[in-house]
Ligand binder design. Structure first.
Ligand code: GLN
Length: 468
């Protein structure tokens, strides 16, 4: 008997009594073990997952099960789950067990999801290929010689390998949408503040958002609905009630950025596919217009100045004394700090701490940090302004398909992976990548859709309308 690929299929099967949650959980765990060579999971939570599955089966029988009963979910290794280890894929947190649970994870558990394990990612969520993990890279299940994208590479791969129904990741500059595009699944970054960040190991706090991956927008929505909403434990979580889906039945007004399509690094097949989508949406009666993207060249530099500044501050707590790995050979306070951080952090994390400390330093603050803050405000203003005239704005999610492991060694070239995705984080708006095409090299790619702040459910609704 085949196991259902999506949560909504699993739900239907559970309703007909042809499967149990315990069987679904067992199948998922078995499949994860079969695919151990892909290095997707850093740990399977076998015991707690099977215990939860048994509890949910009993609740289903009693008619008291929550909305995610039957959903088998993986969580990125930067989300805390009480009594379980979490490492941000870093040596710095090796062996650390969280004493508390992230609000998003708690809400999934309260809705009766089964959390099956923690997925590999780039160290402290810094990267675009999952090659920065201290525990080795993840292989793309569709072609193991290629990367799955990053930083939530294990999350996207856990779906692409057919292991779980939903994966939870985090997106600071594209870390949900880019791996979704590379692995042929849907990945959603909600409006900043819509899902509580409590219990998410911080990278860049004014950008970080937790969000779901799934095989389709319907399952993305199921997970989003459960996780969204205000949380007293995160004072940047929005107080606004989560809106109901306003179903717009008339034709949509869609903008797309001329600069993205014309971008020099754009793969010609992805470009042609995008243009064909534009044509199709027009023929379906939507208004689709090319629009200008002011300051596009500033997005990536602005993101890297601000996110590294925030990271240098957030990661200061990992000093071997308050938190994190402590060097065994260090003598004295200074050496303890220095050696603990030298041994605990990998090269990319160190690069970002150095860069972030530099842009915040007295002599350079105004030239870099303060200036980048001004640019960010303009980007947000321009983006929200454009979205006043359009229901959504569309771009290819990435200029290329998943690249071979080891292919990009220059950090700046890697940073340019984020070219189309960082805008949504700079502006705080919701954005989703939907798998829409397959390249002649056999790899999938996605289309990104962005909407107004807090139009999250509207965006998911439009994604279903435009691409199903
Ligand atoms: N690739 C981007 C970076 O390396 C995005 C990471 C993320 O969204 N967590 O910063």
């Amino acid at each position: 008997m085949s196991t259902p690929r999506t949560f909504h299929e699993a739900k239907a099967r559970l309703a007909s009594g042809s499967v149990t949650v315990q069987a679904l959980a067992q199948a998922a765990l078995a499949r994860a073990k079969e695919h151990a060579e892909l290095n997707i999971f850093l740990e399977l939570f076998e015991e707690s997952a099977l215990a939860k599955a048994a509890e949910v089966d009993a609740k289903l029988a009693a008619g008291t099960a929550g909305p995610l009963a039957g959903a088998i979910i993986s969580i990125k290794d930067n989300l805390c789950y009480a009594g379980h280890r979490v490492s941000a894929s870093s040596k710095m947190l090796e062996g650390y067990e969280s004493p508390f649970t992230a609000t998003a994870v708690q809400r999934l558990l309260d809705a009766d999801a089964v959390i099956m394990g923690r997925t590999n990612c780039d160290e402290f969520a810094m990267g675009s290929s999952n090659e920065n993990s201290a525990y080795g890279p993840v292989s793309n299940p569709l072609d193991p010689a290629r990367v799955p994208g990053g930083s939530s590479g294990g999350a996207a791969a856990s779906l692409a390998a057919g292991i779980c129904h939903i994966a939870i990741g985090s997106d600071t500059g594209g870390s949900i949408r880019q791996p979704a595009s590379f692995c042929g699944v849907a990945g959603f970054k909600p409006t900043y503040g819509r899902i509580s960040r409590y219990g998410l190991i911080a990278f860049a706090s004014s950008f970080d958002q937790i969000g779901p991956f799934a095989h389709d927008a319907a399952d993305v929505e199921a997970a989003y609905r459960v996780m969204a909403g205000t949380d007293p434990l995160d004072n940047t979580s929005s107080q606004r009630p989560v809106e109901e889906t306003p179903t717009k039945t008339s034709s949509l007004r869609i903008g797309y950025y001329r600069q993205c399509v014309e971008h020099a690094g754009m793969d010609p097949e992805i470009k042609a596919h995008f243009e064909a989508q534009v044509g199709r949406l027009k023929s379906e009666g939507h208004v689709v217009e090319a629009i200008d993207l002011p300051m596009a060249d500033l997005f990536v530099p602005t993101y890297y100045i601000l996110s590294t500044a925030e990271a240098s501050s957030n990661l200061a707590r990992f000093d071997g004394i308050r938190y994190g790995h402590r060097s065994k050979t260090a003598k004295g306070v200074d050496e303890t700090y220095r050696l603990s951080r030298t041994e605990g952090f990998g090269p990319e994390v160190k690069r970002r701490i150095l860069l972030g400390t530099f842009v915040l330093s007295v002599g350079h603050y105004d030239a870099y940090y303060a200036q980048a803050m001004r640019v960010r405000r303009l980007v947000r203003h321009n983006t929200v302004q454009a979205l006043k005239s359009y229901d959504l704005v569309m771009t290819p999610t990435c200029p290329t398909t998943a690249f071979p492991k080891g292919h990009i060694s220059d950090p700046v070239a890697m940073y340019l992976q984020d070219i189309f995705t960082v805008q949504a984080n700079l502006a705080g708006i919701p954005a989703i990548s939907i798998p829409t095409g397959t390249h002649s090299n056999g790899m999938p790619f996605g289309t990104q859709m962005m909407a107004k702040p807090y139009a999250d459910l509207q965006l998911l609704d439009m994604a279903k309308r435009c691409f199903s």
